[in-house]
Ligand binder design. Structure first.
Ligand SMILES: [Mg+2]
Length: 280
């Protein structure tokens, strides 16, 4: 059942895949929605758990889809991971099991990187399509043999969805391999639904109370849960993973404030005429 907002919010937070685009296709209404929010001067931010691109690469992808976004409007797990390390462990030596964008961001932030187990303080499990036995052995030696490092992960996703119902194993698979071999537990996760993601993105906005902000996404267990756990308003859009049946089955306390069949329904119906939009 579709439930749409009747007023504009002061800031809008969006998931990307399944919400703004699906694979390489922009979703219906996304382009004109972002243009309308810019027209009203409402800040927008984009959140992604995927650490295989950095914000500049996301901005380039969105530009290719016709949506103009600044890199500083994008917060993904490259940003949250580096931000947490700088705040909590600026002097730590880390071993990132990660692709180039995260390694580049860590280096630019002055975080020391090593693959020598005897000097590693923190192993970062990530979505790394270059994961191999050597990397697992280094993590194992740093955590289990030297009893020195602890384990964190960029994001908790089991797999990254791909068009056509396919997917790729994600950071949870690499985390699980390290946990299984070392019998340790991952200590921190920097993606949705961890509140760190919300803290990082809200820090980029003017001070707002949670009810002035809406988080919009297509996944119940990441996007909606992040909104619920941090008290911001929530909208689930039915263009990605979540189905109408799944959302309808949620209890009243875990249900989203809004359910949208297309993302531009975030613009209250009373304002559609201003843009010459008609109901569709
Ligand atoms: Mg999504």
């Amino acid at each position: 059942m579709v439930r749409v907002p009747q007023q504009l919010f002061d800031a809008y937070l969006f998931d990307l895949d399944g919400t703004i685009y699906l694979g390489d296709q922009v979703l219906p209404g996304a382009t004109r929605l972002i243009a309308a929010l810019r027209h009203y001067g409402r800040p927008v931010r984009f959140l992604s758990n995927n650490p295989t691109r950095d914000p500049a690469q996301y901005a380039a992808k969105l530009a290719g889809l016709g949506i103009s976004v600044r890199p500083d409007e994008i917060v993904n797990t490259v940003v949250t991971t580096v931000s947490w390390l700088k705040a909590q462990h600026p002097d730590a030596v880390v071993f990132p099991i990660a692709e180039a964008p995260l390694i580049r961001a860590l280096t630019e932030a002055g975080i020391r990187i090593s693959d020598r187990p005897e000097e590693i303080d923190i192993v970062i499990a990530s979505y790394d399509r270059g994961f191999d036995y050597r990397k697992l052995q280094i993590a194992f030696d740093a955590i289990w043999f030297h009893r020195r490092a602890f384990l964190v992960q960029t994001n908790p996703d089991r797999f990254c969805p791909y068009p056509g119902g396919r997917g790729q194993p994600d950071a949870a698979a690499i985390t699980a391999a390290i946990e299984a071999s070392t019998q340790t537990t991952c200590r921190h996760s920097f993606g949705k639904p961890d509140p760190l993601m919300m803290e990082t993105v809200l820090a980029t906005l003017p001070p707002l109370s949670p009810h002035q902000v809406v988080m919009v996404g297509d996944r119940v267990h990441t996007d909606l849960q992040l909104a619920k756990s941090t008290g911001v308003c929530s909208a689930v859009v039915l263009t990605g993973e979540a189905t109408a049946g799944e959302v309808d089955a949620l209890s009243p306390t875990s249900a989203p404030d809004f359910v949208l069949d297309r993302i531009d329904r975030l613009i209250p119906p009373g304002l559609w005429g201003e843009f010459g939009w008609s109901a569709c």
